[in-house]
Design a protein around this ligand. Structure first.
Ligand code: GLV
Length: 324
């Protein structure tokens, strides 16, 4: 008998068709937003699930899902998972690393450029019909090429952004991370390891690519924003909650920093109302990995993780190791 699989959110029809060859699939193409109770009720009937970063798998959920054996997150970030609790419940957890690295780094760079060069602010001005004449300082922004790029969190995506900056734009790259890269990796990224304080103090552009955890909660709060240059930009493509959004809105309003580009938000899809009213911020709805090819690769890898687990006992990109 095929195992029951819950696909929590809409997904490519081709991927659903592949999954149906191996599972009895309950899908959510209608994109009905389940409440937590509905989510738990649905999940409790299934042995596997394909989730997105917004679907929680924690102790509370696991307590009502004794049949659950594997959950594949269609995301590289997995702060929606309590991995130790999943391991304790014998549930295989997996995510989708690597397939989205370059696409997400592309987007990080796009957001940096849009923010520094005031792309959306100037477009809104044009659309409002306010463009009457050329002016020397109209939407003059910050230089990107040759400036100092500070990357907080130097995993695969951070390294992708560093390479773009160093090799494509002649930027001086500095980074801070829990662990230092090898000398070979630093040379490849042309990146210099510095303390967080030095990074905040000297970067013209600060890009956040660190995973969300209790330790990284509000890693960029009022105190950290105050250490940045008043001409600097901040880009967050990591996770909401790493930046204190209220403090950021205030820093943007007071011009403590020049501008910010945000793809992720505390409590998204809600956005702090103050961020919606400050002009010097570029806002996008969590789309850093959203090229069609990459989203397809992520969906296929999540599906492969489930197929591999249920046919061979192990996911391809697991986040935990289950006991015998
Ligand atoms: C998206 O945010 C991801 O973690 O893949």
């Amino acid at each position: 008998m095929k195992p029951n699989l819950l696909v929590a959110r809409p997904i490519f029809e081709e991927v659903l068709a592949r999954l149906r060859e191996h599972f009895n699939v309950t899908d959510n193409q209608a994109d009905h937003a389940w409440t937590l109770d509905e989510w738990k009720a649905q999940l409790s009937q299934h042995a596997g699930a394909l989730t997105t970063g917004a679907d929680p798998i924690n102790k509370d959920v696991l307590a009502v899902c004794p049949q659950l054996k594997a959950v594949a997150n269609m995301a590289v970030g997995f702060n929606n998972f309590d991995v130790p609790a999943m391991t304790a419940h014998g549930v295989q957890a997996s995510n989708t690393p690597d397939v989205l690295t370059e696409t997400t780094a592309d987007f990080g760079f796009a957001l940096l450029m849009a923010t520094a060069r005031r792309l959306t602010e100037s477009e809104h001005f044009l659309r409002r019909g306010e463009w009457k004449q050329w002016r020397y300082d109209m939407f003059a922004g910050a230089e990107v090429h040759g400036s100092t790029l500070g990357i907080l969190g130097m995993g695969r995506i951070g390294q992708g952004i560093a390479k773009r900056g160093a090799h494509g734009f002649g930027m001086k790259v500095i980074y801070h991370n829990r662990s230092r890269l090898s000398a070979a990796q630093e040379a490849e990224c042309k990146a210099r390891y510095v303390s967080k304080e030095e990074l905040l103090r000297s970067a013209d552009h600060v890009v956040l690519v660190l995973p969300y955890s209790a330790e990284s909660h509000h890693a960029m709060g009022a105190a950290e924003l105050a250490q940045m240059k008043p001409t600097a930009t901040l880009v967050n493509i990591a996770r909401g909650g790493i930046v204190d959004d209220a403090a950021l809105a205030q820093a943007l309003r007071n011009r403590t920093i020049a501008a910010a580009g945000l793809d992720v938000f505390e409590g998204e899809p809600k956005v702090h109302p103050d961020l919606l009213t400050v002009p010097n911020v570029v806002l996008t709805p969590h789309i850093a990995s959203a090229s069609i090819a990459t989203r397809m690769a992520m969906a296929n890898l999540a599906a492969d993780n489930l197929i591999s687990f249920f046919t061979q006992g192990r996911a391809i990109t697991p986040l935990n190791t289950l006991g015998a």
